[in-house]
Every structure is written in C-alpha cells, then in structure tokens.
Design a protein around this ligand. Structure first.
Ligand code: A2P
Length: 268
C-alpha cells in the first residue's frame, strides 16, 4: 500500500489523486505556478477549486487551490503564493518536475458559469493569486458562448506581480483554437497599487471613479447586462461585494444563479 493511502487505510480508495509535477515557474520571490498530470477520471468546471498538497512525514497536508487551467485541459495548472514559514507552501515552493502532488477528488466552488444569470459582459475581478480561477475561465470556450465580452482585471502591489500578462496578451490571441474566440472580446485590465504603472490604484477605486470603464470603453456597471466574478483577499472581496450590492446586483450560487459570485483566494 502506498504511504499516501495509509492514514485512510479503511478499505476505501484514497481521497486524493497522486499527480506528477510537469513544470514549475517561479515568477517572483513570492509567486510561482506549476503544472501537473491530470487523472482521466478527474472532472471539474473551469473556475472551481480543489484540495491540493503534499505528503509530508507520511501524512497528507492539503489546502484549497483554484484550478488555473480550463476544464478541457489534459493537464492541471496551479498558481500559488510562497508564505514565509507556511506549513504547505514552504514545501510546495520547492517542488520540481517529476515530484508527486496530491489532488483531491472533489472539486467545488462558486466561480462557475452556472452560478450566473445570462448577461452581456462578464467581469472577472481579482487581486493577487485571486487571478487563478480566471486563468481557467478565460480559456473556457463556454464563457465566450455565453458572453459577448470578457474583462479580466488583476490588481497587485507591484508590476512584477502581474505574472500572466504575456499569457493573456500574447499566447491566448495567438492560440490556434482560442485565438479566434478571444479576439476583440477579451480585455485585460491590470492595475498596480504601490509602483508607477499605466493603470494605478485599487480596482474598487477605479470602478467607483469610473476610470476603469473609461479606460476599457465600457458603460458603468449595470445589473441588467453585466455579470461579475470576484476573487482575492478578504478586504477586497468585501469592498467589491458592497460596490455591487449598492448598484443593485444580486449574489448568485449554483442553487440560485445571480449577477455576481465571490470566492476567497488561497491563503495558507
Ligand atoms: P494596496 O496595495 O492598496 O493594499 P495583498 O498583496 O495585500 O494581498 O494585496 C493585493 C492587491 O490587492 C494590492 O494591490 C492591494 O492594494 C489590493 N487590495 C487590498 N485590499 C483591497 C481592497 N479592500 N479593495 C481593493 N483592492 C485591495
């Protein structure tokens, strides 16, 4: 029996898939991404999260991670911070291609298309690693079937934290299949709060001032036409939620689809 299964030696199958790391990319001292193999039996909706981790001293240690790849991908992708002294990330940040990670069998989460009513423009608002679920969703063809326009915003402290600009601005438009879908319909709006940058400030302030809408050439938020997904730190989630509630948006869930949905980004 594999060591991973031992704490669950109940005759039931392990609640985790053992996947192999296929690549690791360190963006900054605090941010990294990695890819893994994907069990053919593992199904999820783009935007969902899953328990992810390592076997440490013979025991599984897992945290909730958004899946940063789309539902149709043959492999999985994750986007993580490196927490100083963090029980999981201080080990996870050392992984290399060929290592084994544990992936829970039950993906879940509210950042899914079916939790939103139909609309015209889909806004994906993120801070930090809150971008992760949206990296899957912007590569999901269903998103472009349901919405005319998709706007993904990413607010970070520093320019170096805007890790996926190349993917969104170069790779996706050049992709043989997705290129046509995203062309003229996917807008990337990065903002930086603690350094000079083209777009400066918190996204919540840029929404309140109308600056974001002017910059991207869109009308102000309208619950009749716009749908919003929000992922990031707790203070951001609260402020963004308040901004939407004030404008008459209703929070949705799978049981009761609405105008916006919210999820906390991974924190160790
Ligand atoms: P700021 O630099 O003004 O705090 P963190 O690294 O702390 O998780 O923050 C990631 C980004 O989220 C930062 O650019 C930060 O801006 C921004 N942020 C933090 N709190 C809020 C909030 N309440 N509303 C909007 N953006 C926020």
């Amino acid at each position: 029996m594999s060591p991973v299964a031992e704490p669950f030696a109940t005759g039931r199958p392990s609640p985790f898939f053992e996947e192999k790391v296929t690549w690791v990319r360190h963006w900054t001292d605090e941010l990294f991404s990695f890819g893994t193999t994907r069990d053919p039996g593992f199904r999820f909706d783009s935007g969902q999260f899953v328990m992810l981790g390592l076997e440490l001293r013979g025991r599984p240690l897992l945290r909730a991670y958004s899946i940063a790849s789309p539902s149709w991908g043959e492999t999985l992708e994750f986007y993580s911070i490196k927490v100083e002294g963090g029980p999981l990330t201080s080990h996870l940040k050392l992984i290399k291609a060929g290592d084994t990670v544990l992936v829970g069998r039950k993906p879940t989460g509210t950042l899914v298309l079916d939790a939103l009513r139909p609309g015209r423009t889909l806004y994906l608002l993120s801070t930090g690693t809150g971008l992760a679920p949206f990296l899957g969703l912007i590569r999901e063809p269903d998103v472009y079937e349901r919405f005319e326009r998709v706007v993904v915003t990413h607010t970070c402290r520093a320019v170096a934290d805007l890790t996926h600009a190349d993917l969104i601005l170069d790779e996706l438009p050049g992709d043989p299949y997705l290129g046509e879908l995203v062309s003229g319909r996917l807008t990337y709006y990065p903002t930086v709060t603690r350094e000079e940058f083209l777009n400066r400030g918190r996204i919540t302030e840029l929404i309140d001032s109308g600056r974001m809408f002017a910059d991207i050439g869109a009308p102000a938020f309208d619950p009749a036409a716009d749908r919003v997904m929000i992922c990031g730190g707790p203070a951001f989630l609260q402020d963004a939620k308040d901004a939407l509630l004030t404008r008459g948006f209703e929070e949705g869930s799978l049981a009761s689809p609405g105008d916006f949905v919210i999820e906390k980004a991974f924190v160790e």
